[in-house]
Ligand binder design. Structure first.
Ligand SMILES: Cc1cc2nc3c(=O)[nH]c(=O)nc-3n(C[C@H](O)[C@H](O)[C@H](O)COP(=O)(O)OP(=O)(O)OC[C@H]3O[C@@H](n4cnc5c(N)ncnc54)[C@H](O)[C@@H]3O)c2cc1C
Ligand code: FES
Ligand code: FES
Length: 1318
């Protein structure tokens, strides 16, 4: 962006929203940069901004999230998108090549952002350290890969050894002596890619910074820059004086620096500002002045620049002066992601202003206690110092910044000898998450003593602004720093800081516990500091408290991936069994892979915005669309009245009619010429409701009202009631497992194009099931399915969330296309997607277990209830699978499991990776743990005792051989150093089946086009299909092309789910290829030394058809639910994992140190793809069982609607050491004796949950609490902390009687939705 005119807001092509985001401009020509959340929280839109600094004469490159960059702020900057880094058309950049070859892409939606983050790092540090790689990726989310291969690709650029450093020995596992890790006979391989194939990285070959931008920056005659739009004006002052003048003229205009606070307010909270002042790059705001007493930092410095400046100061100054800077640096490392840290300014005061206005969430505010003052300026009052003290932080008007003032700098005092400073913080996720509670604390002592001279304690996220515990501090002046002082301080501070029962964010009891837990940490830290200063005078803290001082370090993950080597006799051309790179990997990393939203605009196309219900159960009295229709660009509003066919197909309602049955149900849609117009109009649609009873939100409420979606499913063996009479002990319990959001990176997207003739409709969309989509659209439009052509090329992640929901949304858009007669582009925003499409079913599990004192379980009676939401969707099927898999790996002779999906007034839950298994099995593992505790055995002993040991029949009477399970279990115990660690588990994961079809064409040049019924979602299905076709036709993979999945080439395709994509489509492709090969056989026999091309040419001459379909009718399964028995599954997959965690009992945070997975893969067609699926599923499972938490109000309103509120794992959550081994077994029923592995890894994530459980149990034992406790899922920091009962939790509950918040503010599990009282 080198010329101010290019993006002038006067430009007619600008959409209203464009003024505040770079992203809408990028797709005009460049579609590589992806849009996923729009709020700076996912990193998919990362681009590199480069600016020339005329003072230092250096070019500053930094990553930004394009969705939050105001387009006008880029005047004078160069922007590099993924296309500028490299492409298949020009030259591939090593970052792109290595990310692809290291298997760091699956669906590829996050890949351009990943490339840009690593690329920008390399522009600044051509030989980065592994820690810098991890840090650079902290702001980029990936839902598919589990991050390990992405980090690994980045590590290939590191100067230092990138060997795996196994066991901290500095040696690679591949070194000779380490090879004993696995038995030599197994011929195991560990190389998923070949580094020798990488092109070298030459940092001197990067594009040159545009010289005209240097000239512009150095121009001595620069003038004020103004962009004037229809509603807003953007002004960039030329110098400080100009800035101050502008602030005097427009005191209410925000000063835009990083836009990370103002931007989201405009986007999501409808804030409007007629004028913006942007002093970005104004030299007078960028400086660091160091004096003997402290350091002054210019208000323009970004948090990343502040970080660099502080590191420099720390290296220069004596240690005692830098305690404050260390505290700040610690805070800066985890605050947001690298992009936000490079955008947001450090003036902090700016942030404070925002906080005072609205936000309760303060990650950095409390650290201001370490800053002495901000210097501000106004033309009226001149320069003044604003002390950043309690009065300032608590919004005292005279102490606050005035609207006409501008902050120039922040002054930070050096610390002194008898002065201690600390910043403490706890968030749902270690990095890139707002704090649940944070604190800044500082104490000064009388010289040479531990007598308090000055004490400051500030807390963030405990009130609407930062709260100072000033009264407490005052009362403690003069006291000695000892246990009695701590005890009094805790009591006083709890009295002083009041969190009301209806406090925003809930978690009141937890937050109060944190207030004193963090104080305790500070107390210990200071005591340790005093001891270091004078060990004779001040005793050290007891050894058992030392761990409380340590923060979890952020380490760079590493590990080994092991798989069966290919038979040395296999022909070199045959790719089956090799770790072949994903077919689209390079296109993913260059941004050339086309997703639906990347498709160029279609003439006359309209954008659709949804109007959703705000009530859980209500009658629709009125839908008033007049105000919406009157807005510019609006073409139509579509309601249930406009559905020509069936508006309620198979119980799924497309547009709400007469009544609404959940918050988030689509009531109507608005079609307009731009999305911004459609969205603006959608806000103007007025709907009048009349609430209806009952409003059922939770499972318990559904049980009360007898509200179910389908009949009970039951399996039973033995005589459960009788068996209970003869057991030594009986236990009963309840387990809550919460839901999960799919959080695929590409939100639901549909392009519906009505055709001129015969009522035809062409739909392009992201889905797992083309036939379902076609079926729903046909039903809604009341036309035969042969008029509807459905295309899907790839999906940016799905995980089950794109089976039925795209069909419903497809019907909604097709109706709009039909009514308007124009193409419809329907892209759900992240918030709408999370609200409308729902996710994994929450579960309430009840168990009654009868067992002997030696740990043998004799009888189990299990009940499952899932929250299905308001419509059937897949709930019945999910319940069936849950019940069928309820035994897990254990044989219980008298076993009964019953389950029912509940009908509630929540959005309808749907398929999700694992299809109920990940939830259901928590119940089983919970009772295993409870039995162990009652029998004084370890859970692993109880597992071993009760595990299936020989060929047996499941409770639904399907015969199976658990030998692979025993192997996985044994290897896991042996090879994961289990004895030194905590937990392992086994699981048989059965699969679903369906039929599949393929169509294979051989063209005259010998090239082959394969089509099949499976959809590519990132799971590498197309890659495997190419491998299959290559082996069957005996031609190189390069001859084979796979373009897309559509209903015109392959009809009636079942959906791609249940890990069966490669199994069933592989068989269909194999079938087609074998038919063709048989037809070619006579030609080949005639000319056995001929080439493939010659054979094809000859076959053509001989009129041999070179096209055929292939079919696989699916595995034969039969399940009779009346009898509760049958062969429900074609085969089982087994796996075991072992995880080691460390838990901070004071805060509830945990760190995953190591995970070992042993997965029965039978024969892996593509070990890279299979290991990728296992790792990705494991990390997704780990998120499900730990940090991912959906928050609903009791009225059924979903609060968590984006990455700010819903935390999926980032690169810092994955195991520090992550080892995966594919265990060999036989599975003759499947293609090449392989197994479907897409889902099984999900449940293995629960090893983290059980490791946490173990750690918490140990902590409780230390406190004399030996009684069994239930740790439900997810084990969030809140749950962990509150289960680690100690004197601080006791103190909070003892003090509770005095303030009436306890009853209502307690964490409540109402049904299976953990709900905060808000
Ligand atoms: C994805 C994401 C993650 C985040 N994570 C965290 C986190 O973990 N912890 C945390 O604490 N914060 C977090 N934040 C918040 C972010 O750090 C703050 O919003 C940031 O401090 C604001 O800086 P900015 O430069 O972007 O502000 P802007 O949005 O540019 O401006 C904010 C306000 O400050 C005022 N202002 C700016 N400079 C001056 C000045 N010199 N004089 C007077 N007024 C001024 C403006 O008028 C405006 O009102 C996150 C934000 C995002 C988008
Ligand atoms: S789309 Fe920009 S950060 Fe998510
Ligand atoms: S590959 Fe990262 S989100 Fe799919």
């Amino acid at each position: 962006v080198s010329h101010s005119g290019i993006f002038s807001p006067e430009n007619d092509s600008l959409q209203p929203g464009s003024f505040f985001s770079l992203t809408p401009f990028l797709p005009v020509h460049l579609t590589g940069t992806k849009y996923s959340c729009g709020s700076g929280g996912c990193g998919a839109c990362t681009v590199m901004v480069s600016r020339y600094d005329p003072k230092t004469k250096k070019i500053h490159h930094y990553p930004v999230t394009a969705c939050l960059v105001p387009i006008c702020s880029l005047h004078g900057a160069a922007v590099t998108t993924v296309e500028g880094v490299g492409s298949m058309k020009t030259r591939l950049h090593p970052v792109q090549e290595r990310l692809a070859k290291c298997h760091g892409t699956q669906c590829g939606f996050c890949s351009p952002g990943m490339v840009m983050s690593i690329y920008t790092l390399l522009r600044n540090h051509p030989e980065p350290t592994p820690e810098q790689i991890t840090e650079a990726l902290g702001g980029n989310l990936c839902r598919c890969t589990g991050y390990r291969p992405i980090v690994e690709s980045g590590k290939t650029f590191c100067a230092e050894s990138t060997v795996c450093q196994m066991k901290g020995s500095g040696k690679c596992c591949m070194d000779q002596e380490e090879k004993s890790f696995t038995s030599r006979q197994e011929k195991m391989c560990t190389k998923l890619y070949n580094e020798d194939e990488f092109q070298p990285f030459d940092p001197t070959q990067e594009p040159v910074f545009p010289p005209e931008l240097i000239r512009m920056a150095e121009d001595p005659n620069k003038r004020r820059l103004t962009f004037r739009g229809k509603r807003t004006t953007w002004i960039t002052p030329v110098n400080l004086n100009d800035l101050l003048e502008l602030k005097t003229s427009f005191p209410e205009a925000p000063i835009i620096m990083g836009n990370t606070a103002v931007g989201p307010s405009i986007k999501f909270r409808d804030e409007f500002h007629p004028v913006f002042i942007s002093p970005l790059g104004l030299q007078e705001l960028y400086f660091v002045d160091s004096t003997d007493d402290g350091v002054t930092i210019g208000a323009g410095y970004s948090l990343a620049q502040l970080n660099d400046a502080l590191h420099f100061i720390v290296s220069e100054q004596p240690k005692e002066k830098t305690k404050t800077y260390h505290a700040l640096l610690k805070h800066l490392r985890t605050l947001a992601g690298a992009q936000i840290r490079n955008m947001a300014v450090c003036s902090l005061v700016s942030y404070k202003i925002r906080l005072c206005q609205s936000s309760f969430r303060d990650g950095f505010g409390t650290m201001r206690i370490v800053l002495t003052a901000a210097q501000s300026f106004s033309l009226i009052e001149g320069k003044r110092q604003i002390p950043l003290d309690g009065r300032f932080l608590e919004k005292s008007p005279e102490a606050n910044l005035k609207s006409e003032e501008t902050v120039l700098s922040v002054y930070i005092l050096h610390s002194t000898q008898w002065h201690f400073v600390s910043g403490l913080r706890i968030a749902q996720r270690q990095e890139n998450a707002f704090a649940i509670v944070n604190a800044g604390m500082s104490v000064k002592f009388e010289d040479g003593t531990d007598t308090i001279k000055e004490l400051q304690m500030f807390y963030g996220s405990v009130g609407p602004t930062v709260v100072s515990a000033s009264k407490t501090c005052q009362q403690l002046i003069g006291r000695k720093w000892n246990d009695q002082m701590l005890s009094d301080a805790c009591r006083l501070v709890l009295d002083e800081i009041y969190i009301p029962p209806d406090a925003e964010g809930g978690m009141v009891e937890y937050r109060r516990t944190l207030i004193i837990s963090l104080l305790f940490k500070f107390y210990l830290k200071v005591r340790r500091g005093l001891n270091k200063m004078d060990p004779h005078k001040f005793p050290d803290i007891p050894e058992k408290f030392v761990s409380a001082l340590e923060d979890f370090p952020i380490e760079t993950p590493q590990g080994i991936q092991m798989f069966q080597c290919v038979d040395p006799h296999q022909p070199p051309q045959d790719p089956v069994g090799h770790p072949v790179m994903h077919q689209s990997a390079i296109k993913h990393t260059t941004g050339e892979a086309v997703f639906v939203d990347d498709m160029p605009p279609i003439s006359q196309e309209l954008f659709l915005a949804v109007v959703t219900s705000t009530r859980a159960h209500a009658k629709i009295i009125l839908i008033d669309t007049s105000a919406a229709l009157a807005l510019p660009g609006v073409v139509d509003v579509i309601t249930a009245e406009d559905v020509p066919g069936d508006n309620s197909y198979q119980g799924e309602i497309f547009y709400a009619q007469n009544e609404v049955i959940c918050v988030g149900q689509i009531v109507c849609t608005v079609a307009a010429d731009t999305y911004a117009h459609a969205k603006e109009a959608a806000k103007k649609v007025r709907i009048v409701y009349e609430d209806l009873e009952p409003r059922i939100i939770t499972i318990e409420q559904a049980l009360e009202h007898n509200s179910f979606l389908s009949a009970e499913k039951k399996i039973e063996q033995g005589d459960v009631e009788q068996a209970f009479k003869y057991v030594d002990q009986i236990i009963e319990g309840k387990v809550h497992v919460e839901g999960q959001e799919h959080f695929y990176m590409e939100t639901q997207t549909i392009l519906a194009i009505p055709q001129e003739e015969d009522k035809e409709m062409v739909c392009t969309y992201v889905t797992l099931g083309t036939y379902l989509f076609q079926e729903y659209v046909a039903a809604a439009l009341n036309i035969p399915r042969n008029r509807i052509a459905c295309h899907t090329k790839r999906a940016g992640g799905a995980f089950g969330g794109k089976v039925s929901k795209p069909a419903l949304l497809g019907a909604v858009s097709a109706v709009a296309a039909k009514k308007t007669g124009r193409p419809i582009r329907f892209i759900l925003e992240r918030g709408d997607d999370m609200l409308i499409t729902a996710g994994r079913h929450p579960l309430l599990g009840k168990y009654k277990i009868g067992f002997m004192n030696n740990g043998v379980i004799k009888a189990a009676d299990i009940e499952y209830y899932i929250n299905g939401g308001c419509s059937p969707d897949e709930s019945e099927l999910v319940m069936e699978f849950m019940v069928l898999r309820s035994e897990n790996a254990y044989y219980i002779p008298n076993f009964r499991c019953r389950g029912r999906p509940c009908k509630t007034n929540l959005p309808s839950n749907t398929a999700f990776r694992g299809f109920g298994f990940p939830q259901g099995i928590v119940v089983g593992e919970a009772y295993i743990t409870a039995v162990a505790s009652q029998c004084d055995l370890t859970p692993e002993q109880v597992k071993e005792i009760n595990m299936y040991k020989r060929t047996s029949r499941t409770a639904h009477k399907q015969t199976f051989n658990p030998e692979p399970l025993r192997r996985c279990w044994k290897e896991c115990l042996e090879k994961s150093s289990f004895s030194a660690r905590k937990l392992a588990l086994g699981c048989p994961q059965p699969l679903q089946s369906g039929e599949a079809a393929a169509l294979v064409h051989i063209y005259l040049d010998g090239s082959v086009l394969v089509s099949h019924s499976g959809c590519e979602l990132g799971q590498g299905l197309h890659t495997k299909m190419i491998q299959v076709a290559s082996r069957e036709l005996n031609i190189p993979e390069s001859y084979i092309h796979l373009s897309e999945t559509n209903t015109t080439t392959v009809s009636n395709a079942t959906f791609t789910a249940g890990s069966m994509g490669a199994d069933i489509n592989g068989k269909a492709v194999q079938n087609a290829c074998q038919i063709l090969k048989a037809r070619l056989e006579p030609v080949i026999r005639k000319n056995p030394r001929g080439t493939w091309e010659a054979w094809i040419s000859e076959a053509y001459k001989e009129s041999i058809s070179l096209s055929t379909t292939g079919y696989f009718k699916g595995y034969q399964t039969n399940m009779d639910w009346k009898k509760g028995e049958g062969n429900a599954f074609p085969y089982f997959v087994y796996g075991a994992s072992c995880s080691e965690v460390e838990v901070d009992c004071l805060t509830g945070a945990h760190k995953l140190l190591r995970t070992d997975i042993f997965m029965d893969a039978a024969f892996s067609i593509n070990p890279a793809v299979d290991i990728g699926q296992i790792e990705g599923a494991f990390v997704q499972g780990m998120g499900f069982y730990t940090i991912e938490e959906l928050k609903y109000s009791p009225e059924g309103v979903l609060y968590s609607r984006g990455p700010d509120d819903y935390k999926i794992p980032t690169v810092t959550e994955i195991p520090e050491e992550f080892n995966v081994t594919l265990v060999r077994s036989q599975n003759p029923i499947a293609i090449y004796s392989s197994k479907g592995l897409g889902e099984a890894g999900m449940f293995l994530g629960s090893s983290v949950l059980f490791a946490i459980y173990d750690a918490v149990a140990a902590a409780r034992r230390e406190r004399g609490l030996t009684k069994t406790f239930t740790l439900s899922s997810p084990a969030t920091p809140e749950l962990i902390r509150m289960t680690c009962v100690d004197q601080f939790t006791d103190m909070v509950s003892i003090l509770a009687w005095r303030i009436p918040w306890t009853e209502t503010s307690k964490l409540q599990s109402i049904g299976s939705q953990r709900v905060r009282h808000d």
